[in-house]
Design a protein around this ligand. Structure first.
Ligand code: SF4
Length: 468
């Protein structure tokens, strides 16, 4: 059977303002994971529109499309096109799980929730010519899943082909997060077996890994065993964690010993009231600076994530947040305009309060204001968000943040990583256009090499005592 798997391009990935590198980082692991359930006789073509031109005049027996909110319009158009030619087409992913009625109109079958149990069921039904319209995930277990079909991934088109996921979901329940909608009706955080995860790591060439798990440190027992097992593997890796997990016990030290060199941290806001409003309990009462200093002392770079537009944000929030990030030597910052994704508690609350302005999903990209703001005007929010990016990534502020470190190697690493990430767009574009992105990996591995550091921010009192 000929199977076509497609990850359509996100709407924002087309914008020249943002450049394509951000969307050429990771291969479509979700689809490659599902492909493992297909028969070895199946002829599978996996296409990712972020890195290649889609072939759409082909005639597969089955099309599987992964739908996120800002590629929903594109996904539906592709699905309609294939279906109009009589080709059986399925839709799955976060957006389909949030809005199944909307997706159903464009699909022969849809998948709600994670696909590890529903996709094999569907394949069985499809081969028997009796597929159902809707498949709802019931079993939450990834302990015995088959190895990801990495042979379907065009490694040279990605900067980080060695991305990996060893868990599903997250133990927390932030109101603005998609997670609870996707995992509704069952467990919303579970892991692979440690041995299976280590075997998957072992199969990956080179040194660098990027864990795409929502919260790599979310299950202490699992994470300890994973990091123990990784110790002798000579890997460098990046991943995500919450503040409370960084501060708890010595897990972060174990992660550093195993090779953790950079971590994505959801600080989200410097306001206690905003944290409470968002049900971000894991950040409440936590000393952000203590977590930052601990990471820096272990030589771990930090990508801080922040949300603007919560109800306790006033027009000083942008400057305060940017300055705080610089003073605390965050290597990179990711800013978002608050976005009420359908299916989330935030969306439901805003709908009840009549605050949703429109449902144009193309603009639900965390770069546009799609809801009625409270303490800022929509223009202030959008302008402040744009300013924050520009300001944080100005050469002067990259220098200033780099110089917060005492250790020269750490200063250089910080400068190279932040500058390289945001300031060399033409070089990235050239590497992407020449299909040579993967050749930049040794450089990334060098920047992520081990260094221990003490930062100047150690003794500085928190400018935001409400958080500490
Ligand atoms: S910690 Fe992150 S992944 Fe977990 S629920 Fe909150 S926003 Fe979602």
């Amino acid at each position: 059977m000929k199977i076509k798997m497609i990850l359509p391009s996100l709407m924002e990935a087309k914008s020249p303002y943002w450049g394509p590198i951000k969307y050429s980082l990771f291969p479509p692991l979700g689809l490659a994971t599902l492909a493992a359930y297909c028969s070895t006789d199946d002829d599978i073509d996996l296409q990712d529109e972020h890195v290649e031109q889609l072939v759409t005049n082909d005639k597969p027996d089955l099309v599987i499309i992964q739908v996120y909110i800002t590629n929903a319009t594109r996904s539906y158009a592709l699905a309609d096109q294939y279906r109009s030619r009589g080709i059986y087409t399925c839709l799955g992913g976060l957006h389909v799980s949030s809005l199944p009625e909307e997706a159903m109109v464009h699909a022969d079958s849809i998948f709600i929730g994670p696909g590890e149990d529903t996709f094999p069921q569907f394949l069985d039904d499809f081969r028997k010519k009796n597929p159902k319209k809707i498949y709802v995930n019931a079993k939450r277990n990834i302990e015995n899943i088959p190895p990801i079909r990495r042979d379907l991934i065009k490694r040279n088109l990605y900067l980080v082909p060695n991305s990996i996921v060893v868990s599903r979901g997250c133990p927390h329940h932030c109101d603005f997060c998609y997670k609870d909608a996707f995992f509704e009706g069952g467990k919303s955080f579970y892991t692979q077996q440690v041995d299976a995860a280590l075997m998957e790591i072992d199969r990956l060439p080179g040194r660098h890994l990027y864990f795409l798990d929502d919260h790599l440190l979310g299950n202490q027992k699992f994470a300890v065993s994973l990091f123990e097992g990784m110790k002798g593997m000579n890997r460098v890796f990046q991943g995500a964690s919450t503040i409370d997990a960084i501060l708890r016990g010595d897990l972060i030290e174990k992660a550093a010993e195993a090779g953790l060199r950079s971590v994505f941290v959801g600080f989200e806001t410097l306001s206690t009231s905003n944290l409470e409003q968002s049900n971000k309990k894991q950040n409440l009462g936590k000393n952000y600076e203590e977590a930052i200093n601990r990471l820096h002392s272990l030589g771990i770079m930090i990508n801080g994530s922040f949300v603007f537009g919560l109800d306790d944000d006033y027009n000083d929030v942008f400057k305060r947040t940017v300055n705080w990030g610089i003073e605390n030597a965050l290597t990179t910052s990711t800013y978002h305009i608050l976005t009420p994704y359908p299916g989330t508690r935030l969306y439901k609350q805003m709908k009840t309060d009549n605050r949703i302005i429109h449902n144009n999903w193309d603009l639900y990209d965390t770069r546009h204001v799609v809801y009625q703001t409270k303490s800022l005007s929509p223009e202030e929010l959008k302008d402040g968000y744009d300013w924050a990016y520009k300001s944080f990534y100005s050469w002067s502020n990259i220098c200033k943040a780099s110089l917060q470190h005492d250790n020269l190697k750490q200063i250089i690493k910080h400068f190279a990583y932040a500058g390289g990430w945001k300031k060399f767009e033409p070089l990235w574009n050239f590497m992407i256009k020449t299909n040579g992105l993967n050749q930049m990996l040794p450089l990334l591995e060098t920047i992520l090499s081990k260094v221990r550091n003490k930062t100047k921010v150690d003794s500085r009192p928190s400018p935001f005592p409400a958080i500490a």
